[in-house]
Ligand binder design. Structure first.
Ligand code: M6R
Length: 597
């Protein structure tokens, strides 16, 4: 999704800093980018479609100054072209804006501006409407009042920064989308970004702007001055500086060719990290679970598949009534949300718009809200009553891997804790972590890369599983779709005869997830049905079987097998992607953090 990076610095050449920051936000997904900078009391603007060059000197933008805003755009309103790329300038050229989010009522506001102020627009974006309105409001109001009036007009989830040439200030506002301020100790510079990795190299001290808050930042007397306020009352707010636990190195590729494979390998250690949970928080979760009539696990995409998997585990280990739902579908089931309901939101980023909205809705209906997330102080963490952190470290590849298995690990821990078998759950997980550590070795990866060579030309691939491996089949399909662009679909084994079997022709590759559990015989029967229709069976199992044309061995991990089963599929998807010359880190059309609906 769109990425914002902005800075003020004593250094008079911040262009390179902005380019570097935008490069760090690339992983979120983008199709164009741009920079605005104040030079000699004028806003100089640069916009381009396509990739940001690694070498800033390759950008044909000769400008220097100490205050700038930058943006990576993931098109929502209007096509991918320079006119729609941010920053957008106001008609009088005194203001430039970068924005993340969606202004739902922008068409109405645009009409008003055209009819009442004869305002001329140059793009199809909702963003330009914000800066246009700001220009009009500033004709009669001071900055804070103009910002307040503007935000009252806007509907939707957003964050934006306006660069004001008159006052040489950055004007910030947030309503639903993240905006994080990096504050180096020496006060000679300040950074504002959609995500901490963009500036973590320079500082780990951050301020999180909250919803309905604004800020004005400027350089005065050789120091950065910042002023935070409530957008309803305009009263000053003292913001807390938080030290984030991100090791700058973890956001770099190191010796790996792509973040996706780096993050797959980081699973050698991530289950152990997920296991290190604060016991008192776990206890609070269990107490709340015990008081509740039902628990609903929610998430989007992969996180939703983790929700299904967690629900299976709860159903296996406890007598609690548990449900799972796609975050964006919860609003269509309002009647089941009431005070005796706990909603557990699962999200790597903690910024997924639909999940945040579902949590807001659940709160409104009196539910107790909790989350399992990778990002401390994310909007989700801050909006939920209780949070558990998966501690997987920054995940940059769009295709989630280590965060997924980390979320599943926490789901497993919670189910065991709720069944009053926490120690058993911890022991199992610690064993699972050790198994993954052994499993991830060059020989294993090489074996899978050989299989990738066989499958790279496949047009379709299917994955089947049963029980807790059914959501793993669904998640495997997502991994394959995202990075290989092969049509992949996951099914519950039992569903085959009810339709999907018609899709099987000679040599159609089908991944069969067959853990050594009470589903084994049934899923093998499904595999035989497929094989007898010509399908090519790749068994993912701790035991070989004559139904398999190819056996991808996985270690035996009992109830944690779904976690283990994902690893070879992640590696397979990665290698097919590379063989097909795709970029596994940045799949086409996708973004890492989906902050708009
Ligand atoms: O940050 P979140 O976990 O909330 O993201 C949810 C989905 O957008 C995400 O899992 C998506 O499906 C991934 N790209 C899957 O690899």
């Amino acid at each position: 999704m769109c990425g914002i990076f902005s800075t003020i610095s004593l250094d008079t050449n911040v262009k390179n800093l902005v380019v570097e920051g935008l490069k760090k936000l690339e992983y979120r997904g983008y199709d164009s980018f741009g920079i605005s900078l104040i030079q000699n009391n004028k806003i100089k603007n640069f916009k381009s479609t396509g990739e940001i060059p690694s070498d800033p000197s390759k950008i044909e933008f000769e400008a220097s100054g100490s205050i700038a805003i930058g943006h990576t755009r993931w098109a929502t309103h209007g096509g991918v072209n320079t006119a729609n790329a941010h920053p957008h300038l106001s008609q009088n050229q005194q203001y430039a804006i970068v924005h993340n989010g969606i202004i739902e009522n922008y068409t109405k506001l645009k009409q008003e501006l055209i009819q009442e102020h004869n305002y001329q627009f140059h793009s199809e974006t909702d963003t330009e409407v914000i800066v246009a309105y700001f220009q009009i409001l500033k004709e009669n109001l001071a900055t804070k009042q103009a910002l307040q009036t503007l935000c009252k007009k806007l509907q939707g989830r957003y964050s934006f920064i306006i660069l004001d040439n008159n006052t040489q200030e950055l004007i910030l506002a947030r309503q639903g989308s993240p905006l994080i301020i990096g504050v180096p100790k020496d006060e000679t510079s300040i950074f504002i970004a959609s995500d901490v990795p963009a500036f973590v190299k320079y500082t780990q001290n951050v301020i999180y702007l909250d919803d309905n808050q604004g800020a004005i930042l400027k350089l005065a007397d050789q120091k950065i001055q910042s002023h935070y306020f409530d957008l309803d009352t305009l009263t000053e707010i003292q913001k807390r500086i938080i030290k984030v636990e991100i090791n700058p190195e973890e956001t770099e590729l190191g010796e790996h060719p792509h973040f996706m494979i780096k993050e797959i390998w980081e699973q050698k250690d991530s289950i152990r990290k997920a296991l290190e949970q604060d016991l008192s928080t776990l206890k609070q979760f269990v107490e709340k679970f015990n008081e509740a009539e039902k628990i609903i696990f929610i998430g989007c995409g992969t996180a939703h598949k983790v929700a299904i998997c967690t629900q299976y585990l709860f159903a296996k280990l406890t007598k609690k009534i548990t449900l799972h739902e796609i975050s964006s579908e919860l609003k269509h089931q309002k009647n089941i949300l009431y005070s005796k309901t706990i909603v557990v939101a699962i999200s790597q980023s903690g910024e997924t718009a639909e999940t945040l909205e579902a949590i807001e809705l659940a709160k409104k209906h009196g539910c107790f809200t909790t989350c399992i997330t990778n990002v401390r102080e994310s909007s989700l963490d801050r909006n939920c009553d209780l949070s558990l952190f998966i501690k997987a470290g920054t995940e940059k590849a769009v295709a989630s891997t280590k965060a997924t298995t980390g979320q599943m690990a926490i789901g497993s821990l919670l189910a065991f804790a709720c069944a009053d078998r926490l120690n058993e759950g911890k022991f199992l997980l610690s064993n699972t972590g050790a198994l993954i550590n052994d499993m991830l070795n060059p020989r294993y990866e090489d074996k899978i890369s050989q299989l990738a060579k066989e499958l790279r030309y496949a047009q379709n691939m299917y994955i089947i599983g049963k029980g807790a491996n059914y959501p793993i089949a669904l998640e495997s399909a997502i991994k394959l779709q995202e990075v290989t662009y092969i049509h992949a679909e996951g099914f519950a084994g039992g569903e085959l005869k009810h339709g999907p079997l018609a899709l099987i022709t000679k040599q159609t590759p089908v991944l069969v997830i067959a853990s050594n559990d009470d589903c084994f015989q049934e899923i093998i029967s499904n595999a035989i049905e497929i094989k007898s229709r010509g399908g090519y069976i790749i068994g993912i199992s701790p035991v070989n079987n004559e139904a398999f044309d190819y056996w991808l061995k996985v270690p035996e991990a009992g109830l944690d097998s779904p976690i283990i089963n994902l690893i070879p599929i992640q590696i397979l998807a990665y290698h097919i992607s590379v063989l097909k010359d795709n970029n596994p880190d940045k799949p086409r059309n996708l973004a890492k953090s989906v902050t708009v609906k």
